[in-house]
Design a protein around this ligand. Structure first.
Ligand code: ADP
Ligand code: MG
Length: 622
């Protein structure tokens, strides 16, 4: 396997010059910044000694945005100008957000638009702008604490973030004035924080249940090198769902009209969250909502309310193991990440499933930021010679459309990234001077069953006969999961390319559905593919025959011969369009070939003769 060099050669620093680099966990619920100081990675606190910065921004008219605890306090007074959970919509289109059923606690300015803008007292703000406000707060905190300007940052993202979500995260960092070294998957960062690269070889499962996302990653550790074998999870499942489960339960008991009242709704949610967190160390809690009777919630009731969510995470773990092609027993370490892994039922179920005591020693809220800080330190060149290696995987196969509406996969799912793969294609028609490259994502055989990511044209091809042009299509996926596709005609060097940033993200449920559909339809897809391929072959035969007939059909054939060839050709066209099995088309193609055997022979003789004549002429001229 090819090794990656993470620190640039010659970039290592002398011990006295320490470059200020940070790791940032830009969370749905909470964000953190951490840095390596005197060889130890630690989270950086705010003035009040708090490491966790609530990922909440408050926009008051005529004032700078407020971020964190003070913003969170405004949420019940001025909910419409208090933006929380913005990560849920980062890099996603309005259309996608509308059709999703996640709880989106704010209003959009424009409903159907490629860039959703949230209504605030500062006017409409995009998710990138709001995320940048959070990053600015963390950057300011870090520069104040570390006493200098930052030279770079590593920002973490959920493993399942797609290209556009990753790109939006990068855009937010740029807007915040951060130099971003790279994006790092959150579970991978956690494994680094636990220093698991120092231990013996093994397989590590990272279970990350935060406020808004669930990720599970199966990492393999070999000779101090991490490889991500598989990832899974649900980008719309987390502790927020526990809060809502408790809130719904409470509202049913109190007054169902609460739902229509934004402010009380937020109060109930915040009480629900406090109750949930208290249940980590208590067997029962009392929930108080101003103006309503108090309610008691027992651990048992709570577990009953959230059981289905926890089960869902365990199912995703099972899936990830299957994707990694390993058994539960092969997992040597389990790492717990995210505030919601403090919930006793979560710990119990994870331990039961893996039959192993999970790692919980590092604070589960901070472990990701700490891992990111270690990585940032290496990238800044502060730890020369550290060969830590991180490999991630792509969740769905990527490929292009070929004739007949078929998909040719170029990079298979679960391939480790970064990766570059190339494949050669050719033109289909004589004299074709352009080719359309249609980039697709998914496991199915037909274009119509896959997800369209991008499309571009390679134009200015030399008009050659069908099959003579050589077009090399290259897929390149960088360490952050961004895809670029290029197409080049090998002989002339004519090329075109595209950077793929899908207009909306895929949820885990969608990925899962796509995988499931490919398994359910495997047999029929194979039959459909075979049929389409034969249809393409039929078209090619008809095309070639037609172009020959135009050139010399009348010169080389009697009208009777011409007629029988054309009859067979028409029969082939008829069968191509109506056949439901490959053999019928194969037979019709054979019939055309048989009837035109004599014609092909005459054409060959003719072209040999004209070549000879050409040569004689040249010789004569010399
Ligand atoms: P994210 O990665 O989404 O920003 P975090 O990892 O910070 O999320 O986790 C936040 C979630 O953890 C919230 O839903 C919060 O209520 C939950 N949480 C924090 N502490 C506890 C606790 N003691 N018991 C249960 N849940 C908790
Ligand atoms: Mg998190």
């Amino acid at each position: 396997m090819a090794l990656l060099q993470i620190s640039e050669p010659g970039m290592s620093t002398a011990p006295h010059e320490h470059r200020l680099a940070v790791g940032i966990d830009l969370g749905t619920t909470n964000s953190l910044v951490a840095s390596v100081r005197s060889g130890v990675a630690e989270t950086l606190d705010d003035d009040n000694g708090q490491a966790l910065l609530p990922s909440v921004v408050y926009y008051a008219q005529g004032e700078l945005p407020e971020v964190g605890v003070t913003a969170l306090e405004k949420s019940s007074k001025d909910p419409l100008n208090t933006i929380a959970s913005i990560k849920r919509v980062l890099g996603r289109s309005a259309e996608d957000i509308q059709s999703a059923n996640d709880y989106i606690p704010f209003q959009f300015e424009n409903k159907i638009d490629s860039v959703p803008r949230v209504k605030t007292a500062h006017g409409p703000r995009t998710a990138v702008e709001i995320s940048a406000d959070i990053l600015i707060a963390l950057k300011d905190r870090a520069e104040k604490t570390l006493g200098g300007e930052l030279i770079g940052a590593v920002i973490t993202v959920p493993a399942y973030f797609d290209d556009s979500q990753r790109q939006a995260t990068k855009d937010a960092a740029t807007l915040a004035g951060l130099n971003i070294y790279r994006l790092l998957n959150e579970p991978t960062a956690a494994a680094i924080a636990y220093g698991l690269d120092q231990s013996a070889e093994g397989v590590i499962a990272v279970y990350d249940l935060g406020g808004g996302t669930f990720d599970v990653s199966i990492l393999r550790l070999r000779k101090g090198v991490f490889e991500v074998m598989a990832t899974g999870g649900d980008s719309a499942l987390g502790g927020d769902d526990f809060d809502h489960a408790i809130a719904n339960w409470a509202i049913e008991k109190l007054d169902s009209t609460i739902r229509e009242d934004d402010i009380t709704m937020r109060r109930v949610l915040s009480a629900a969250r406090q109750a949930k967190e208290a249940l980590t160390n208590q067997s029962a809690v009392v929930i108080n909502v101003e103006g309503y009777a108090s309610l008691e919630l027992t651990q048992e009731d709570f577990e009953w309310l959230i059981e289905a969510y926890v089960k869902k995470t365990i199912m995703a773990c099972r899936r990830a193991l299957r994707d990694a092609d390993i058994e539960k027993d092969d997992v040597s370490e389990v790492v717990m990440v995210g505030g919601s892994t403090r919930v006793p039922l979560v710990r119990k179920q994870v331990e039961k499933f893996f039959d192993k005591m999970p790692h919980t020693d590092i604070n589960p809220d901070r472990v990701v930021a700490i891992g990111a800080a270690i990585q940032a330190g290496i990238l800044a060149g502060n730890k020369p010679g550290d060969e830590m290696l991180l490999l991630d995987v792509i969740p769905l196969s990527l490929g292009i459309e070929t004739m007949g509406g078929l998909v040719e996969k170029i990079v298979n799912r679960n391939t480790t990234i970064p990766v570059a793969r190339a494949q050669e294609f050719t033109t289909y028609k004589d004299g074709q001077t352009a080719m359309r490259v249609h980039v697709l994502q998914g496991e199915r055989e037909l274009v119509s069953d896959c997800r369209s990511l991008a499309m571009f044209d390679l134009t200015g091809l030399p008009p050659l006969v069908a099959g003579a042009a050589k077009i090399k299509v290259t897929f390149q996926i960088d360490a952050d999961g961004l895809l670029s596709v290029s197409a080049q005609e090998v002989n002339t060097g004519v090329s075109a390319s595209i950077e793929v940033k899908p207009s909306y993200g895929l949820t885990d449920a969608e990925i899962e559905n796509m995988l499931k559909a490919s398994m359910d339809h495997a047999q029929e897809d194979m039959v459909a593919r075979g049929l389409r391929e034969e249809q393409v072959e039929a078209d090619r035969v008809v095309e070639a025959l037609n172009s020959a007939l135009v050139k010399d059909g009348e010169a080389l054939l009697s009208s009777k011969e011409l007629e029988s060839i054309m009859n067979m050709r028409d029969a082939l066209i008829e069968v191509r369009n109506s056949a439901d099995n490959v053999d019928q088309i194969k037979q019709a193609i054979k019939n055309v070939e048989t009837v035109s055997e004599e014609y092909v022979a005459r054409r060959m003789n003719n072209s040999v003769r004209s070549m000879m004549q050409g040569r004689k002429l040249e010789e004569f001229e010399q």
